[in-house]
Design a protein around this ligand. Structure first.
Ligand code: NAD
Ligand code: DAU
Length: 351
């Protein structure tokens, strides 16, 4: 069926994978990628598909009420897949207000525009909100996040995402807006901005710089290959039950230190370094304020109801990721110059 789909944040890490998947897999859909191109948005992420007939880029801010309402009128969207956000926990600690504006206010602006555009007929419409496992807070040594786990966000980032999830559910309950939400664990893969643990460490190892590990490195994350997140979004978009929430996770828990050991060993091989050479770059630095101890997702609802499973083992995913960063040096270099260099120096100056 023909559809006009608005994807927000499509120039970012996960958004670019979702845009690519939808543009290539569904030539019958028109994909509109709305992105304001913050430091994290990069149109170079989409050069392989940006001349396709069913793809259009719209530069704009999700908090701009007039602009958002005008594109809903102009392009007659049938669905929204909403990924645009401020996404980095450390930045939310230094500058919470941007997270409140983009993640909360921006989401409400989109919800209002969709409600106004679709109010006469919600049939075949969908507002898909992409969220995070961090809304559930922090786990101890055991247990998993379920869709029913009470919200307990602990950073300005996760609190802003939790607020946006509540607002999406409120529009479903109050206005009967057809919505679906997914909450995913940590993603890794190509095109991730090198302020996040894995691409930052790959870049530092390559350049023989210190690898900063917060605290003792015993915090645990559940890592999912980004293409598998995009596949999950595809499945939920097409088969998910309206009003429902789906947890997405990699069933792949690592302490940060074990993860970095693994990454160092892969990098030593790829760079033909002596075994153990990159591990020497590990440097323990001051912990993140309020650092969540452990995230782990129970994704059995998604597996049992919609048949999704991760397609890759971590060993394969991390090799592919390292290969991509080593083969795409210009992409990394364009980013790590300029503003990023200032951010990096500032973020790590007291650690
Ligand atoms: P990202 O920071 O790489 O990309 C965010 C994109 O949103 C960028 O292209 C940026 O330019 C755009 N954007 C930011 N503010 C905007 C605004 N006001 N108007 C329009 N566009 C704007 O983020 P990501 O890691 O790709 O995350 C995408 C989404 O997935 C986010 O909603 C995030 O909360 C969620 N998520 C991320 C992860 C992860 O591990 N990265 C895991 C689960 C959920
Ligand atoms: O769980 C999903 C979330 O995963 C997403 O919602 C966020 O958008 C995404 O950024 C990610 O959040 P994290 O805070 O878990 O990711 P980050 O890569 O920043 O950090 C991963 C772990 O590594 C975390 O325990 C902090 C630690 N860390 C991070 C950096 C940048 C370090 O030890 N050193 C570092 O330099």
């Amino acid at each position: 069926m023909k559809k006009n789909i608005l994807i927000t944040g499509g120039a970012g890490f996960i958004g670019s994978h979702v845009v690519r998947l939808f543009v290539n897999k569904y030539p019958e859909y028109n994909i509109y990628n709305l992105d304001v191109l913050t430091y994290a948005g990069n149109l170079e992420n989409l050069t392989d598909i940006d001349t396709k007939e069913n793809y259009k880029f719209l530069k704009g801010d999700i908090t701009d009420i007039e602009f958002i309402s005008s594109i809903f009128k102009k392009y007659n969207f049938d669905a929204v897949i909403h990924l645009a956000a401020e996404s980095h926990v450390d930045r939310s600690i230094t500058n919470p207000m941007e997270f409140i504006n983009t993640n909360i206010v921006g989401t409400v602006v989109l919800l209002n525009a969709a409600k106004d555009a679709w109010k006469d007929n919600f049939n075949d419409k969908l507002f898909y909100h992409v969220s995070t496992d961090e809304v559930y807070g922090s786990l101890g040594e055991t247990g998993f996040f379920l869709e029913t786990t009470p919200y307990d966000p602990k950073s300005p980032y996760s609190a802003s995402k939790a607020s946006s999830d509540h607002l999406v559910r409120a529009y479903n309950n109050t206005y009967k807006m057809p919505v679906v939400i997914s909450n995913c664990s940590n993603n890794y893969g190509s095109h991730q901005f090198p302020e996040k643990l894995i691409p930052l460490s790959i870049n530092n190892i390559k350049n023989n710089k210190a690898i900063p590990i917060y605290g003792k490195g015993d915090n645990i994350r559940d890592w999912l290959f980004v293409n598998d997140h995009a596949r999950a979004i595809d499945v939920i978009f097409h088969k998910g039950k309206q009003g429902d929430t789906y947890n997405i996770g990699g069933i792949n828990e690592w302490t940060n230190l074990d993860l970095i050991h693994k990454l160092c060993d892969v990098m030593d091989k790829k760079l033909s370094r002596e075994a153990g050479a990159s591990r020497k770059l590990i440097t323990f630095v001051t912990d993140r304020a309020g650092h969540d101890k452990r995230y782990a997702i129970d994704a059995s609802k998604l597996r049992n109801e919609l048949g999704w499973e991760p397609s890759l083992q971590f060993e394969e995913g991390i090799e592919k990721t390292v290969d991509w960063y080593l083969e795409n040096e210009t992409w990394v270099e364009n980013i790590v110059s300029g503003d990023y260099a200032k951010y990096y120096d500032n973020m790590y100056k007291d650690r």
